[in-house]
Design a protein around this ligand. Structure first.
Ligand code: AMP
Length: 199
């Protein structure tokens, strides 16, 4: 990879945020692969537990199917143990976490314990109506039980109420880098890369 296309080596502790359907998962996978860091998606971890019919999965499913958040204590414990794994030692890209103020505080505590801190928060900016359309399509294609129109609307409401305010918190820490999430998948990846290297 050439230097101009490679994200800055120093920015390796990252969050990707944005409403459901903004493309966080797709972009997180791409960026994390380029940076050789794990993409950690709380949604994926919950879904794996749902499929495996674990105790955590049964609990998580009851919230996920309604478009509600899984309780903070459960989610925080799950992320704490994931971040303690060896592959996250030199960096990580968290996708879908934190989603509440309580989770922001919990993450601050975890990073402090690990003697580290966040480098950047990547925000995918999208239009809500477009996102609903995308999610309805994804629901049909992937059979995700929380991608029905009713649940999608609830997830967007919950995002607006509980997660959008987090952007201000990270803005105050001067960590937020905004990227237009309405462009093509490839163009969004290019913009994210640029957002990490500009500065
Ligand atoms: P996602 O795949 O990120 O859209 O997450 C799917 C669902 O998993 C969400 O609608 C929540 O029910 C649950 N979930 C994922 N991440 C979190 C989180 N950080 N806090 C609480 N619930 C979460």
């Amino acid at each position: 990879m050439t230097e101009s296309s490679a994200p800055a080596a120093s920015a390796r502790r990252l969050l990707i945020v944005g409403p459901p359907g903004a493309g966080k998962g797709t972009q997180a996978e791409r960026l994390a692969a380029e940076l050789s860091i794990p993409a950690i998606s709380t949604g994926d971890i919950f879904r794996a537990n749902v499929s495996g019919e674990t105790e955590l999965g049964v609990l998580a499913k009851s919230y996920m199917d309604k478009g509600e958040y899984v309780p903070d204590s459960v989610t925080n414990d799950m992320v704490r143990s994931r971040l303690a794994e060896d592959d996250a030692k030199d960096g990580f890209l968290l996708d879908g976490y934190p989603r509440t103020i309580d989770q922001v505080e919990a993450l601050d505590g975890m990073l402090e314990e690990l003697g580290t801190s966040l480098d950047a928060v990547l925000l995918l900016v999208v239009e809500t109506e477009e996102v609903v359309g995308r999610l309805v399509e994804r629901g049909k294609a992937q059979g995700r039980s929380d991608d029905t129109e009713e649940t999608i609307r609830r997830r967007l409401e919950v995002y607006a109420e509980q997660t959008a305010p987090l952007i201000d918190v990270y803005e105050k820490r001067d960590l937020v880098r905004r990227v237009d999430g309405m462009a093509s998948i490839d163009d969004v990846t290019v913009s994210l890369r640029k957002a990490l290297t500009d500065r």
